[in-house]
Structure formats: structure tokens, C-alpha cells
Design a binder for this molecule. Structure first.
Ligand code: GLN
Length: 481
């Protein structure tokens, strides 16, 4: 049976349960797609197709024996390669972890498996999640399925490209400053960064733990809901996790008060701006109000984010000392400090830059000048946003101020690269949920709408996204692939 790789996750589960096709037929169709397109896209770092096929056969046996297959029974999932998977190597796209095979599953992976999901493999990212294009992966860059000369966004670029191209049906990424939403926007798929604490981070290899969350990247809002209800919840292994009510798909939409944030939309690409304004007209069609507002403290967001994220990274990455993880370097030849710095040379340029910035802003004499100041600015911004949410249900703007761009365009200038995160880092600093929804194209390149809500108000994001998804008529699959 062909074309099964095009199905959405909820269609796959229903199809298998109703006996329309077997899990093996469906997984084979996804693997065939990988064989056809992976040489062009390079979405994966590690594939685990043999084990995926035997898991599919197990699902089919369960169906025959009338056993429950779970809410994700048979669905082929791709996982960003910074989420620990037992017995599948987890590299963080770094040479430091080239041979690292975790001995345990992240909580989200355990949840997926308990619900019948099939792990297909590990998806590409910028090294340790630091970047916005996958060009900082130490293995290979991933290509955008809508135009192979363009970046897919990052850092979860492998997730965005693989889901858009049908190399997996859904995926899990992580978002520290936009890494789920940026590739979702650039690859025309849906990506949700949950409220900080809704999803356990146990088993997510830390980059900046006060900012990051694991979340789904899918081809439909319904699939986002399906995955969120499986991965959310209190986990004793992560003290920052909290329980929350399940999210549902509602066919009736409440009248929401929405605000377009001027600063998020001005100064960006012309085509992006036009598409976001015409989408905002649709809000009125679906019965919502739409004002235009300003976030006064927005200009503090990027400096505060890059100070705090680098500070946390410098501390989190100190563990890569070649004692617990690393390479075969003969210890006798080196003094300890020479040995240590030789090992640390194996980080890529961007990761080294972050470690240096982070160590600097945390060092004595500079701690209050940079680190503490960045923390105060973070609180100021968060307070302003929480106040805005007293008046508005959602704050919106483009996910990315610009369209996807060609490889090499920004890689030589880190500041240029950091600047494109301006719209996404806000949600991480404030710990609030944010979604990126495909809403159009300009010059054949995708545009995503970002919507942010108050903490734990994911339901509002889903309600509006679902209504918009049904209203907006755009090409859903890349024709190149
Ligand atoms: N581009 C941002 C950074 O480099 C965000 C990355 C992320 O969310 N992991 O830090």
C-alpha cells in the first residue's frame, strides 16, 4: 500500500485499529520515503529502521489478539537527538557524544513507548541545540524540503524537515529560545513550545535548563494535541514538572481577545508582514477581536536571553571532560589542564563561543554586571507579558521575522544569527506556551504565525490554531519531495 506515510498520526492509529492497513505496511511506507528523500534532506543522524519494523509487527500481533495498542499505536516518531533514547545513540549533533548510547529513556520517550509509538530514529540539530539553521551540526546540515538550497530552521531542523517530508509522522523537539517554532515555521508544519513545567525534561540533555521544554512538531493541530496529552504531566524525576489538565479539540471557538505585537511584525520581511496581517483579518472572521499593541521591554529580550542561555550552557557543558563521555585520548601524554583543553577543542566553534561568553558573564566581577542584570530584565519582561495577558488571551506575530534563507548567509556573523530569534525567545524567558502555525508562503517559502498565551493556557492556542487551520487553505506538502 503506498501513500501511507502521508497520513496524520490520528489517522494512522484509526487505520490500524480498523484493519484498513497493518502497522508494518504503514511503517514500511515511511521507511521507503526515507530511502527516497534522505539523501537530499539529511534529516537524521541515526536511523533505527530494523527495530521500528519489528515494533510494527508487534503492534500487528496485538491487533490480531484484540489487545490495546495505545493512543499512538504504530505511529512512527522521530526524536531530536538531544533527547535520551535507551539503546539508540544520542549525540546532540556533537562529536563529544559521538558514541554515547544512553542506558535509559527520557520520560517523554517512556510515555511515547507506553502508548504504542514506534521510534524511527534520531533527528539532526545544531550542536547541543545552539543555533537556528542546523548548520552548526557537527555531522551535516539538514535541507529545507520546500527548497533544498535553503535552511530548514533550527535547532530542531531535522524534526521540521522530516515531518514536512513524511520521513516520520510526528516528532519531538526541544525549544530553548525557539528551536521548535523556528523549524516549524521554516518547514510549514505545526510546532508547540509548552509552558515551562508542563512536560518533564528528565532525559533532555541540558543546554539552558531554566528556558527549555520538550514539545511536539506535527503536520496538524490534532496531532499536537494527541502528543501533548501523552508527554505532559508531573514527573518525580523532574522537580520543575507540574500536572496540568488535558487539552482537547473543540469545534466551537470562544470569542478571544487577540493582540498583534507591533515590534514582532515591523522591521521584518515584507511578504511575512503581509501574510500575518491578512491572517489577522481571519481572526475577525472566526469571531475574535484583534488590537495592535506594543511590548515596551521587548528590546531587552535578546540580550537577556543570550546572556542567560550562555551562562547556563557554560555550566551544563562543563561535564564533557572526557572522563565520563568522550574520546580515546591517551592520558599519560598530557598534564591535566592541557589534557582538558585538548578535549574541549572537540566542541564546534559556536558551542565554544557560548561557553566563553557564559563563563565570562558568570565570572567574579562581571556576575552582577551581566548575569544578574539579565535576570532582572527577564523578570521585567515576564511581568509585562503577564499583565498583558490580563487583557488579551493571545499575543501574536510572525514566528520568524524573515523567510528561510540560503545556507551560508548568516553563519559567518553570530550576531546576525542571534537576531533572527527576536520573536521566539520571549516565550522562553517568560516560561509561557507558544505555537507556530503554517499560514502561507512568499516566493514559495513558508511563513509561520506565532501565538503566545498565559502559562498553562495551551488550550487557547489550540482552539484558535484549530479554527485557523480549517480556514486557511495552503499547500500542505512540499512538491519537491
Ligand atoms: N537559536 C537559539 C539559540 O541558539 C535557540 C535554540 C534553541 O531553542 N535550542 O540559542
Amino acid at each position: 500500500m503506498s501513500g501511507l506515510h502521508n497520513l496524520l498520526a490520528h489517522e494512522v492509529v484509526e487505520g490500524i485499529k480498523e484493519g484498513l492497513f497493518t502497522a508494518e505496511e504503514y511503517v514500511s511506507s515511511v521507511i521507503k520515503t526515507i530511502e527516497d528523500v534522505e539523501s537530499k534532506l539529511n534529516s537524521f543522524i541515526t536511523l533505527d529502521t530494523e527495530r521500528a519494523l519489528s515494533s510494527a509487527k508487534l503492534i500487528d500481533r496485538k491487533i490480531k489478539e484484540n489487545e490495546d495498542i495505545g493512543y499512538l499505536g504504530g505511529v512512527a516518531v522521530g526524536i531530536k537527538d538531544n533527547i535520551s533514547t535507551k539503546d539508540i545513540r544520542t549525540t546532540c549533533a556533537s562529536k563529544m557524544l559521538e558514541d554515547y548510547v544512553p542506558s535509559y529513556d527520557a520520560t517523554v520517550i517512556r510515555n511515547l513507548k507506553q502508548n504504542g509509538a514506534i521510534i524511527l530514529g534520531k533527528l539532526n540539530l545544531d550542536e547541543f541545540g545552539m543555533g537556528s539553521t542546523t548548520e552548526y551540526s557537527r555531522y551535516h546540515p539538514t535541507h529545507n524540503p520546500w527548497n533544498l538550497d535553503y535552511v530548514p530552521g533550527g535547532s530542531s531542523g531535522g524534526c521540521g524537515a522530516a515531518v514536512a517530508a513524511g520521513e516520520c509522522t510526528v516528532s519531538l523537539g526541544s525549544d530553548t529560545g525557539g528551536s521548535i517554532r523556528c523549524p516549524a515555521s521554516f518547514c510549514s508544519v505545526v510546532g508547540l513550545k509548552p509552558t515551562y513545567g508542563r512536560v518533564s525534561r528528565y532525559g533532555l540533555i541540558s543546554y539552558a535548563n531554566s528556558l527549555e521544554q520538550i514539545g511536539p512538531i506535527c503536520r496538524s493541530v490534532k496531532d499536537i494535541v494527541l502528543l501533548m496529552n501523552i508527554i505532559s504531566g508531573k514527573d518525580n524525576s523532574d522537580n520543575t514538572s507540574m500536572s496540568s489538565s488535558p487539552i482537547t479539540i473543540n469545534n466551537e471557538l470562544n470569542k478571544f481577545d487577540i493582540a498583534i505585537v507591533k515590534e514582532l511584525i515591523n522591521g521584518g520581511d515584507h511578504g511575512v508582514k503581509g501574510t500575518i496581517y491578512s491572517t489577522s483579518d481571519k481572526f475577525k472572521e472566526i469571531g475574535c477581536t484583534c488590537d495592535e499593541i506594543s511590548i515596551k521591554n521587548l528590546h531587552y529580550a535578546l540580550p537577556s536571553y543570550y546572556t542567560l542561555a550562555s551562562a547556563e550552557a557554560s555550566s551544563n557543558l562543563a561535564r564533557y571532560d572526557n572522563i565520563r563521555y568522550g574520546f580515546d585520548l591517551p592520558i599519560e601524554e598530557y598534564k591535566w589542564d592541557t589534557y582538558f583543553s585538548n578535549v574541549r577543542k572537540n566542541f564546534g566553534e559556536e558551542v565554544k563561543r557560548r561557553i566563553l561568553i557564559g563563563s565570562y558573564v558568570l565570572s567574579s566581577g562581571y556576575y552582577s554586571k551581566y548575569y544578574l542584570k539579565a535576570r532582572s530584565l527577564r523578570s521585567l519582561l515576564k511581568l509585562e507579558l503577564l499583565n498583558l495577558f490580563k487583557k488579551y488571551d493571545l499575543l501574536i506575530g510572525p514566528t520568524m521575522p524573515i523567510l528561510p534563507f540560503k545556507f551560508g548567509e548568516k553563519i559567518d556573523d553570530p550576531i546576525k544569527m542571534y537576531l533572527i530569534d527576536i520573536n521566539t525567545v520571549i516565550a522562553n524567558l517568560a516560561g509561557i506556551p507558544a505555537i507556530s502555525l503554517p499560514v502561507g508562503f512568499s516566493n514559495g517559502l513558508p511563513i509561520g504565525l506565532q501565538m503566545m498565551a498565559a502559562p498553562f493556557e495551551e488550550q487557547k492556542l489550540i482552539d484558535v490554531s484549530y479554527a485557523l487551520e480549517n480556514t486557511i487553505n495552503i499547500q500542505r506538502r512540499p512538491s519537491l519531495i
